[in-house]
Design a protein around this ligand. Structure first.
Ligand code: NI
Length: 197
């Protein structure tokens, strides 16, 4: 008999549902978005070198324009994050603009800048454009959270997701949502696009 005992099957269903419940966002009702934001000079490691500045700037912007930071990973040259915005508020562009400019302002002016940026007096720390994706449902939410937590492994910085310091994975482990040895199969990424260069 390879059919599952109905009680066991039920227990499994509950376990799955429980897992989904934990991942489900609850406190605020606005849109949830996944972002990939890159440095202009990809060989630099400014984001992890200046992680304190980055954290401070994000917290400052969050106070002024609240949002829920559902998950985030900071790599040396890019960020992946999931935010949920307050109801009837989809102004993530203002928030990112303030984070990017607030960070740049505190970084030494030694970056390469294009002629157009020089002309406009713009800094050249960040790429102008960033990837954004509106999360459709709980499954999409979970996929993107997993992608974020797996990202330092994907880019070859660590062997295990938990070994990367600048990741919300530690919050998820502390809250008992995922286990210390959490890992992810990269094959399941195929059908999604994450704005990775
Ligand atoms: Ni990445």
């Amino acid at each position: 008999m390879n059919e599952m005992n109905p009680n066991k099957k039920k227990a499994e269903d509950y376990r799955q549902r429980d897992l989904h419940m934990k991942y489900r966002r609850s406190d605020i009702k606005g849109g949830t978005y996944f972002f990939t934001v890159n440095l202009a000079e990809r060989q630099r490691t400014l984001l992890t070198d200046e992680i304190n500045i980055l954290r401070e700037v994000i917290n400052k912007v969050k106070k002024r324009y609240p949002f829920e930071l559902d998950a985030m990973v900071v790599l040396p040259d890019h960020i992946h994050a999931i935010w949920t915005l307050p109801e009837n508020d989809n102004d993530y562009p203002t928030r990112w603009m303030l984070i990017k400019s607030g960070f740049s302002r505190q970084i030494l002016k030694d970056e390469q800048r294009s002629a157009s940026r020089k002309q406009k007096g713009e800094r050249g720390i960040w790429q102008r454009r960033y990837w954004e994706h509106l999360i459709r449902d709980d499954n999409d939410f979970e996929q993107h959270i997993s992608y974020i937590h797996h990202n330092p492994v994907k880019h070859g910085y660590v062997e295990k997701a938990v070994d990367w310091e600048y990741s919300s994975i530690h919050r998820y482990i502390n809250n008992g949502i995922i286990k210390q040895d959490w890992g992810y199969k990269e094959e399941s990424e195929g059908k999604f696009s994450f704005g990775e260069k």
